[in-house]
Design a protein around this ligand. Structure first.
Ligand SMILES: [Zn+2]
Ligand SMILES: [Zn+2]
Length: 306
């Protein structure tokens, strides 16, 4: 990297996945390859692997959670017999990579307590390997699984776009209020179909409600001290990171912490388009971005105004 890209803020990627053996849907690579690529490029990468599902949740939805296509592996780490969480943690010790997890936001009325127990289990298992978790990210993938078909199905199951949007963001706010999560990942990933012709996302006629729910959610993050991720992988689908300019502006005005992550699922994607989008962050008035160490947010200056 060179020029403006030499500041620490651009050398820290807060959201990176392990290879397919751990994430289930990454390219095939070893954690050691990821670490070597980061070293070669002068980046520090912090893992945010998909946490396992709580066992009782898996039992309630047999065979359907996070399986993108028939015949492919379920997404994320796993617990129990044949599970790979401990293997992953041993590999993290071996490579020395900073550790965190994406924890799924599930329907809170039924599963919040399970997710809280899971967060405790992750902390204990990490500690048993001599590791500290830098950050748990709350990430809403369920039940729409990030695909257009999945989103359409989720809307239908919820009774339409309006109840879907209310429960989607309501569950995120409930999870934020637990105090277990340092960062909210890809808050506006629902917008990834905005460019889909002719109609855009399947909730396009409810954008006022979408914005209302989003505002309530930002306010909840402010109350609960949850940072907001500026996820550059959005550039691949939406054409920009997963925060709209309006949301970014509202977050800056509220004083929310911003965290940059690539959501890389292959070594060549770490630090994806950080230099390009940092200019937008600076122009929006972001003066520092954050990384996490043992649950504590640490500011890194973005440098002078453009
Ligand atoms: Zn995610
Ligand atoms: Zn991710």
């Amino acid at each position: 990297m060179s020029g403006s890209g030499t500041c620490d803020a651009l050398r820290y990627d807060n959201h990176v996945h392990g290879g397919r053996h751990y994430s289930g849907h990454s390219a095939v690579y070893a954690l050691s390859e990821l670490a070597a690529e980061a070293r070669a490029r002068g980046l520090t990468i912090s893992l945010r692997e998909h946490a396992p599902f709580p066992p009782e949740v898996l039992a309630a939805y047999p065979g359907v959670l996070r399986i993108r296509e028939p015949g492919t592996a379920p997404v994320g780490l796993s617990l129990g017999q044949g599970g790979n969480l401990d293997e992953f943690l041993a590999d993290v010790v071996e490579t020395g990579l900073p550790l965190g997890f994406e924890v799924d936001v599930l329907p809170a009325a039924r599963w919040l307590a399970s997710s809280e127990r899971l967060a405790g289990l992750l902390q204990r298992r990490a500690a048993a390997h001599g590791l500290a978790i830098d950050c748990l990210n709350l990430s809403h993938h369920h039940p729409w699984d990030m695909t257009y078909g999945g989103l359409n199905d989720a809307l239908a199951a919820a009774g339409g776009p309006a109840p879907f949007l209310r429960s989607h963001f309501g569950d995120i706010r409930t999870y934020a209020a637990t105090g277990l999560f340092g960062t909210a990942s890809h808050l506006e990933a629902l917008r990834k179909f905005d460019r889909r012709a002719p109609a855009g996302p399947p909730f396009a006629c409810h954008m006022d409600l979408y914005r209302e729910e989003l505002q309530l959610t930002l306010a909840a993050f402010h109350r609960c001290n949850v940072a907001l991720e500026y996820n550059t992988s959005g550039s691949l689908s939406w054409g920009r990171p997963y925060l709209s300019p309006e949301t970014l502006q509202a977050a800056v005005e509220m004083g929310l912490r911003i965290v940059i992550g690539s959501d890389a699922h292959s070594p060549d994607r770490i630090g994806f388009e950080f230099e390009r989008w940092t200019e937008e962050l600076k122009a929006a008035g972001v003066r520092e971005v954050f990384r996490f160490e043992r649950g504590r947010a640490v500011g890194m200056s973005l440098g002078a105004e453009p």
